[in-house]
Design a protein around this ligand. Structure first.
Ligand code: HEC
Length: 395
């Protein structure tokens, strides 16, 4: 496909994806907050369960949560369901555009596994389908009804197992975004297959003047709670491709697992406060997980510097970069996929190489995720040469 069309499709899909996602997560955080902030009206009013005053931009708003009188349905009613749908409908094509139609450059990494790009696409799409089916089956099963805790423990365990497995099959970057896509897909399916049908039932019941089927709305409430726990981790995964220090780390599965604990832990503290049952002690494991991530990604843990060795002439460094990097990182790339220098990073001149010395170290010596998928076949000896030169420069 023409590079220009790809680029603009990418911009367009991502732009709408982010806007829809902000709308979706914004409204869900708002409603969680609202439910927690409503107070009983004083004096009580018929059918008003709770109310609160809000101030926003130019005016005051009175929000009430009400029970409807039998047989009366207000109109129009806003549902807040399209944000979720739009987030998925732009997110999935974006996944296809970036990961499934680029001959595996982002999807697979020969240093991780020998899976072919075609098989990796099947793993990715299969994961989205199977994970929703399995999750929904578990949470509609008797186990979830009788042992909610056991079902929750099982769900978290499976999530961490998926994190571990994917990071050993796909490239680190693709593994991260696929865990995000999996959770995002479950979240959207929760909205459309469980929460919206429950709302339809509430509406049908209100119209018919009968009491709605409680099990549907209980299940809907449970699914919104699940969604809210994974929201923060998913947002990190959506942004993770900016942070090669995480997905490109030798222990990238552990880093992601810890960041999931951080995101879900923070959310847990917020939800507990909203419910009036503070669980702030959760900030302890959250802080510990965060500290562990920072330590694991630090030079103290990663190493990546050399001691001594032959002095390296810049000419041989330039030679390695010319052979292994400038097919992509150039003002005139020759790569079949990257027609524009990735992230605008070029290594055409000695100055441009020197100026990025530290990021070159990070990507080729420490994380070893450049050249991308080692497409240009960089050898360990060449990485060693770059490392010695970088240390020499740093001294
Ligand atoms: C097949 C194409 C390709 C080759 C070859 C390649 N890169 Fe990259 N590089 C990319 C892409 C795509 C990105 C952006 C995605 C990312 O950050 O992982 C990137 C990003 C980078 C970045 C981060 C830039 C920034 O500041 O955001 C650095 C540094 C880098 N490459 C260095 C190198 C070095 C050094 C080599 C040679 C040893 C190399 N790359 C070879 C495709 C390539």
């Amino acid at each position: 496909m023409d590079a220009l069309i790809r680029e603009w499709l990418n911009v367009g899909l991502r732009w709408v994806h982010v806007i829809a996602g902000i709308g979706w997560i914004g409204t869900s955080l708002y409603f969680m907050w609202l439910d927690a902030s409503l107070t009983k009206p004083n004096p009580p009013r018929a059918r008003v369960e709770g109310e609160t005053w809000l101030l926003h931009s130019g005016g005051f708003y009175l929000v009430e949560r009400r029970q409807l009188p039998p047989g009366q349905l207000p109109s129009p009613i806003h549902w807040f369901k399209w944000e979720a749908a739009m987030t998925w409908l732009t997110g999935f094509p974006l996944l296809v555009l970036v990961y499934y139609t680029t001959r595996g450059v982002y999807l697979v990494d020969p240093a991780v596994s020998s899976i072919t790009p075609g098989a990796a696409v099947l793993v990715g799409i299969g994961l989205l389908v199977v994970s929703w089916a399995g999750y929904d089956l578990l949470w509609t099963s008797p186990l979830a009804r009788e042992g909610r805790r056991a079902a929750a423990v099982l769900s978290w365990a499976v999530l961490f197992a998926v994190v571990y497995a994917l990071t050993h099959v796909l490239s680190g970057r693709a593994a991260y975004i696929h865990v995000g896509a999996m959770l995002g897909t479950i979240m959207v399916a929760n909205v459309w297959m469980r929460i919206v049908p429950a709302q339809r039932e509430i509406i049908a019941a209100a119209e018919a003047g009968r009491t709605p089927d409680r099990t549907l709305s209980m299940r809907a409430k449970q699914r919104s709670t699940h969604n809210s726990y994974v929201t923060f981790p998913v947002i990190f995964m959506m942004l993770s491709n900016h942070y090669p220090g995480t997905y490109g780390h030798p222990l990238n599965w552990l880093i992601l697992a810890l960041l999931i604990v951080v995101g879900a832990g923070v959310r847990h503290v917020m939800i507990a406060r909203e419910k009036g049952r503070p669980a702030d002690w959760w900030l302890l494991p959250v802080t510990a997980a965060l500290a562990a991530v920072v330590y694991l990604t630090s030079p103290a843990w990663l190493g990546g510097t050399t001691r001594g060795g032959e002095p390296v002439a810049f000419a041989s460094v330039k030679d390695v970069i010319d052979r292994r990097c400038v097919s992509c990182h150039s003002r005139t790339p020759t790569d079949d996929i990257f027609r524009i220098a990735p992230n605008g990073v070029t290594f055409d001149t000695p100055e441009s190489i020197r100026a990025r010395a530290e990021t070159i170290r990070a990507r080729t010596v420490v994380l070893r995720n450049m050249p991308l998928g080692n497409k240009t076949g960089m050898t360990d000896a060449e990485r060693g040469l770059l490392a010695r030169w970088l240390d020499q420069e740093a001294r």
